[in-house]
Design a protein around this ligand. Structure first.
Ligand SMILES: Nc1nc2c(ncn2[C@@H]2O[C@H](COP(=O)(O)OP(=O)(O)OP(=O)(O)O)[C@@H](O)[C@H]2O)c(=O)[nH]1
Ligand SMILES: [Mg+2]
Length: 379
């Protein structure tokens, strides 16, 4: 048995070298999916700024009605929208102005996004520019045939007047995106009450940027381009509202530690009961075993529906030796801001009762779930 294992390891090493050579060949041969990240308004521009500091296989675009903010933003393309409406001074908290400004820039945006395969649209909800323009950008991208994923930050409770606008903005964004990942800024106040506002914002921006980078890397790695893009499409193509989970672990029992880290992330809404789809991406070193990867998926997706579509992939890289990182998107969730809190509570209560009953009789739901694909990509 030992000799078989050592032969297999030898083979793996040869295979790794062969694949590294192939990766370059394939990279030159296949066209990569064209990915764009568009940041709308102040908050969206800040996310783009973060992303610009990372090596990203995507084109970054910052759009704003606020000339000053746009000038401070680093992006591949910067577009000042609605100049005739706002004279470059911002939308003053009016989403109608943001929407009109984006409408005026429609032809420019159409031209830029013409051959996009995937577009991430980032905006903070509740102000004027992001709230009004993000749904228009999403609609344009969708019409051009791209998969469109929105990342929306919802306002602080103290920004009272902004909450109504944010809910409407979120609804409009959801209408025009395939999937919208919702992130709650109130979590920043709960967990970083003493951090200066800029610093607290930048933590959220970093989190979004890391997730977009993780997803982008997954689909642009040449050896698995087509499979990964198709998978992403399967989950995000009709994802509705989504939440994201991010976790890291170094410990010996990293499989359970990383799941705990994902489920207790201070800035993320981890209530994904009833999710209908899940895309989980694990990055680990050579020490990550298949059993550990399987355990991570099983524990993370335990709460999901029987019919949930679960797709996962793992990438082994030298950078992750002794360390594991998980990025997951859970789609098809009911978000409290979008269904009304009473309706939401009833819905969630019903689901929990059903689940605890199942747990009591020892039904492990994961076995029944449709786990579509396992891609172990060694680079
Ligand atoms: N996480 C995070 N949230 C932000 C940031 N900036 C603003 N926000 C949130 O996003 C909401 C919208 O704010 P902005 O993006 O500045 O507004 P805008 O789209 O530029 O709108 P106008 O300035 O009215 O044209 C705010 O209510 C905040 O809750 C940021 O850098 N990070
Ligand atoms: Mg602004």
């Amino acid at each position: 048995m030992k000799s078989i294992v050592s032969k297999a390891q030898q083979y793996l090493e040869q295979d790794r070298i062969r694949r590294e050579e192939k990766v370059k060949e394939v990279k030159d041969f296949f066209e990569k999916p064209r990915i764009f990240v568009v940041g709308c308004g102040g908050c969206g521009n800040n996310t783009i700024n973060r992303l610009s500091q990372m090596e990203l296989d995507a084109t970054t675009i910052a759009i704003n009605t606020d000339k000053q903010h746009l000038l401070m933003t680093k992006a591949d393309k910067r577009i000042l929208i609605g100049r005739s409406l706002t004279r470059g001074l911002g939308a003053g908290g009016y989403p109608e102005v943001g929407r009109k400004a984006a409408e005026l820039a429609r032809s420019v945006l159409e031209e830029i996004l013409v051959d996009a395969d995937m577009v991430f649209v980032c905006a903070g909800m509740g102000g004027g520019t992001g709230t009004g323009s993000a749904p228009v950008v999403a609609e344009i991208a969708k019409k051009q045939g791209a998969i469109v994923v929105g990342f929306a930050q919802t306002p602080f409770k103290v920004e009272r007047a902004r909450i109504g606008k944010a809910i409407q903005g979120l609804r409009d964004l959801k209408e025009n995106c395939d999937t919208v990942v919702v992130l709650d800024n109130n979590k920043l106040v709960e967990y970083y009450p003493n951090l200066p506002i800029d610093a607290a914002f930048s933590v959220m921006d970093q989190l979004i940027a890391e997730t977009i980078k993780g997803l982008t890397d997954t689909i642009t790695r040449p050896s698995l381009v087509n499979i990964d893009f198709a998978d992403l499409k399967a989950i995000m193509g009709h994802g509705g509202v989504a939440v994201m989970l991010v976790g890291e672990a170094k410990a010996q029992d990293k499989a359970s530690t990383v799941v705990k880290d994902c489920l207790s992330h201070p800035l993320l809404d981890v209530d994904y009961r009833g999710a209908t789809g899940s895309l989980v991406h694990i990055s680990g070193g050579n020490d990550l075993t298949l059993k550990e990867a399987e355990e991570i998926i099983r524990n993370l997706t335990f709460e999901l529906d029987d019919t949930a579509n679960v797709i996962w992939g793992a990438r082994i890289s030298k950078d992750f030796e002794g360390f594991v990182r998980v990025v997951a998107i859970m789609t098809g969730i009911k978000h409290k801001l979008l269904v009304g809190s009473e309706e939401y509570e009833t819905l969630v209560e019903g689901q929990s009762e059903q689940k605890s009953a199942l747990r009591e009789i020892g039904v492990s739901k994961v076995e029944k779930k449709v786990v579509k694909k396992v891609a172990i990509d060694t680079l």
